[in-house]
Design a protein around this ligand. Structure first.
Ligand SMILES: NC(=O)c1ccc[n+]([C@@H]2O[C@H](COP(=O)([O-])OP(=O)(O)OC[C@H]3O[C@@H](n4cnc5c(N)ncnc54)[C@H](OP(=O)(O)O)[C@@H]3O)[C@@H](O)[C@H]2O)c1
Length: 233
């Protein structure tokens, strides 16, 4: 099987690329910054440069791809956090531009290249339903993506369409938070979930591999979040 992983050069996407290679699949890891490609090359993935914020660039990119089986959509900008009263709406717009639109651009542009019976896996975020103050903007971006999944799964059959929904995962997405503050934040967030730890990229990679390879699963939003919903249970 062949995977194209947009955002496959870091964090969750990189772990998915590695796990797919370990399972014997062909992988193209896609990102903007070629300086991040070495990690994917190290385990035999090929890489490609694309800025998925541009629909024409996505159309050109997927128009040049050989047919493939599984599309995984991990791109995001870490923008749009903050309490609503002070929320910088231009930053929230940047959040939509950096996640919602790139994932949609790729999903649509890739359709002609996806083999029948293949799959699309979106990556949302538990902020869509975590009800945490300061995350209304992130909730909107991710809820918008997640809301589309069952409808796309119905429209695009036999292509299967699913989403994995991460909780807090230790990846470079958090690099805007200084290391000491990040560790403190992770400890705090770990204490709030049932499993008592933040996620690792491999936790999400195995969920993505499951969604893409299990041919009986479509239209599914799979929470992989350490148990946020059990917080007050
Ligand atoms: N980490 C968490 O706690 C967490 C929680 C909930 C949801 N998520 C979601 O999980 C997904 C993966 O995040 P991560 O934590 O693995 O972050 P990450 O380590 O920052 O990885 C993001 C990947 O996306 C690529 N990318 C970003 N913008 C792109 C664009 N416009 N075009 C093409 N590639 C682009 C990045 O490479 P370049 O920068 O080189 O383009 C990188 O490979 C995201 O959708 C994120 O919102 C993460």
């Amino acid at each position: 099987m062949k995977y194209v992983i947009v955002g496959g050069t870091s964090g969750i996407g990189l772990a998915t690329a590695r796990m797919a290679r370990d399972a014997g699949h062909e992988v193209v890891a896609v990102g903007r910054d070629a300086a991040k490609f070495a990690a994917a090359h190290a385990f035999g993935a090929s890489t490609a440069q694309l800025d998925a914020t541009s629909l024409p660039a996505c159309q050109r990119f997927f128009g040049q791809q050989e047919h493939f089986d599984h599309l995984v959509l991990c791109a995001s900008a870490s923008a749009g956090v903050g309490r609503f009263r002070e929320l910088n709406l231009a930053e929230l717009r940047r959040g939509f531009d950096g996640k919602f639109w790139p994932q949609l651009h790729c999903a649509q542009a890739a359709l002609p290249a996806l083999r029948p019976g293949g799959s699309i896996t979106f990556v949302g975020a538990i902020s869509s339903r975590a009800l945490k103050p300061g995350t209304a903007g992130l909730a909107a971006i991710n809820a918008a993506l997640e809301a589309m999944v069952p409808i796309l799964a119905s429209e695009l059959r036999p292509t299967r369409v699913n989403a994995v929904v991460p909780g807090v995962v230790d990846t470079p997405w958090w690099s805007h938070v200084p290391p000491a503050a990040r560790q403190q934040l992770f400890e705090q967030l770990a204490s709030e979930v049932a499993v008592g730890r933040v996620g690792q990229p491999d936790d999400l990679a195995s969920a993505i591999l499951f969604l893409s390879t299990n041919t009986f699963v479509t239209g599914t939003i799979l929470d992989c979040d350490g148990g946020w919903k059990l917080k007050n249970a």
